[in-house]
Design a protein around this ligand. Structure first.
Ligand code: GLU
Length: 322
């Protein structure tokens, strides 16, 4: 596939706060500055967390900000549907392929067991505190008999993907070249939860590949799962995205990361206060060093000055002047 294809993939669990709007703006800029296509995908697999009306609000807010997309839940496109809850059969196909390749196994560990395994790992290696702790692998090599016994005990298993021990490398426009052994960082990740819901990590890999995504721009909180996602893509025979940019998360004035519940600070509240999208775009761009403070801007106007080198890596405060 030729040409850059970028995407923004929000979960409709609430309205987009300023940090999410900034990520969307940056993803749009990364794609458009290369003359690339931009895709909007709604990641609504975790249905209990989905809020009614949130998808509509997200589309409205992004459009209000001045962003546009070539493919998405409203406009359609050749690789749809662009709403994950409508793609169940596609994920089931991917799971079947992994299973046929012997790369999946059922995991019966409960949350409490996983937590105590993690506590034990921390206790035995306190110098590693803060580093990710991989899944212990407790269910990796169960015999058929052991599996049947656990299944009979009424435990619904999740499905895990056997992490490769070979290193996985990728390049991030903000964080540089990264090489990681997924077996040592995350271990075998869950690709289907015990409640049957397809896990984010599987869905995102399948969708990015089938939608021809070449660049992934998203919040820095997902940097730690990128190597695992690439390993999964390779196991499925996909060509993983070429470019990543894990952009800074937004914090409030006390340094705490913005969460969806802070949506009062999101676009709807701003609209109600008659704050223009140009002022919002200007504040978002200036918060990552792309634009002078207090100057209104439009996404298109930013294309002329967009330079990823100027975007910082640390979480940053968005300090609007309104
Ligand atoms: N749906 C995820 C979120 O809202 C983002 C996934 C991604 O960009 O890979 O946090």
């Amino acid at each position: 596939m030729n040409g850059a294809r970028g995407r923004y993939a929000p979960s409709p669990t609430g309205a987009l706060h300023l940090g999410a709007l900034r990520t969307a703006l940056l993803a749009w800029l990364f794609a458009r500055v290369e003359g690339g296509a931009f895709i909007l995908r709604i990641e609504d697999l975790d249905l209990p967390r989905v809020r009614p009306g949130a998808t509509r609000a997200i589309l409205d807010d992004l459009r209000w900000l001045g962003l546009d997309w070539d493919e998405g839940p409203d406009s359609g496109g050749p690789y749809g549907p662009y709403i994950q809850s409508a793609r169940g059969a596609i994920y089931a196909g991917a799971l079947a392929r992994l299973r046929a390749a012997g790369l999946l196994y059922p995991c019966y560990c409960t949350r409490a067991e996983l937590r105590s395994a993690q506590d034990a790992a921390i206790a035995s290696a306190p110098h590693l505190t803060g580093a990710p702790i991989p899944y212990s692998g407790a269910c990796r090599n169960l015999t058929e008999r052991e599996r049947r016994a656990r299944g009979a005990a009424g435990r619904a298993p999740s499905l895990r993907f056997r992490a490769p021990s070979e290193p996985v490398s990728f390049s991030d426009r903000l964080h540089g070249d990264i090489t990681e052994r997924v077996s040592e960082t995350l271990g075998d990740i869950i690709v289907r939860r015990s409640d049957g819901v397809v896990a984010y990590n599987l869905a995102v890999v399948v969708d990015d590949a089938l939608m021809g995504v070449t660049q992934v721009v998203r919040g820095a909180d997902l940097l730690g799962v990128t190597a695992a996602q690439r390993a999964l893509a390779l196991a499925l025979g996909y060509e993983p995205p070429r470019v990543y940019a894990h952009v800074p998360l937004a914090t409030d004035a006390s340094g705490v990361r913005l969460a969806k519940r802070d949506a009062a600070a999101g676009a709807e509240g701003l609209r109600e206060r008659s704050i223009t999208p140009e002022r919002v775009v200007g504040a978002l761009a200036s918060s990552v060093g792309l634009w002078p403070p207090d100057e209104p801007a439009t996404p298109r106007g930013l294309l002329a000055v967009f330079d990823p080198v100027r975007i910082g890596r640390e979480p940053s405060l968005i300090t609007p002047v309104w």
